[in-house]
Design a protein. Structure first.
Length: 190
């Protein structure tokens, strides 16, 4: 089983690369963004609570996210190829909670794959995505807040996963096929 954390700033290509990994390796996919957008769209209590945090550019409380993800993870059944965690964890306490949740099931994170993209390129990608998709959180002011949150709260995870011995740095700038090839090299050697 190859559980993988795909990691990077907003706009680094996590969703695009996750789609390619799903096709090639048959992995499940848990995108916290998709899970939360679905809850918001369906106007569930969680969705309303989550929307209040997201609209301010803040992170969802850890205990809430871990419970949601455990539910979704268990939905894949006991005999799956592995799951890509996309957009989670975002803080060290979340990484510790994910490790504990998986450990309780006899599983672990096999690799953390970091997509590294320069900030000016992230801004360009996200503004373009906002225009194409109509996502309300892809506007310049919210993007800047999200990147600040990433640098201040999320980037420290790189060191945490390095200490765990499962961090893999990928240059996320350039040709899609080259980036995916670099990711495949990591997965094939797990």
């Amino acid at each position: 089983m190859k559980n993988i954390v795909i990691f990077g700033a907003p706009g680094s290509g996590k969703g695009t690369q996750s789609d390619l990994m799903i096709k090639k390796y048959g992995l499940g996919h848990i995108s916290t963004g998709d899970v939360l957008r679905n809850e918001i769209k369906n106007e569930t209590e969680l969705g309303k609570t989550a929307k209040a945090f997201i609209d301010k550019g803040q992170l969802i409380p850890d205990d809430l996210m871990v419970d949601i993800l455990a539910n979704v993870y268990d939905g894949f059944g006991k005999e799956h190829e592995g799951v890509i965690f996309d957009g989670f964890p975002r803080t060290i306490p979340q990484a510790e909670a994910l490790k504990k949740m998986l450990s309780e099931r006899g599983h672990n994170v096999a690799a953390m794959i970091e997509l590294d993209v320069p900030e000016d390129e992230l801004m360009t990608r996200l503004i373009k995505r906002g225009k194409e998709s109509g996502r309300s959180d892809d506007n310049e002011e919210t993007i800047k807040k999200r990147l600040d949150v990433y640098h201040n709260q999320t980037a420290p995870l790189i060191d945490w996963y390095e200490k765990e011995g499962i961090h893999h740095h990928i240059n996320g700038l350039g040709e899609l096929d080259r980036i995916f090839g670099d990711i495949c090299n990591v997965i094939d050697n797990l």
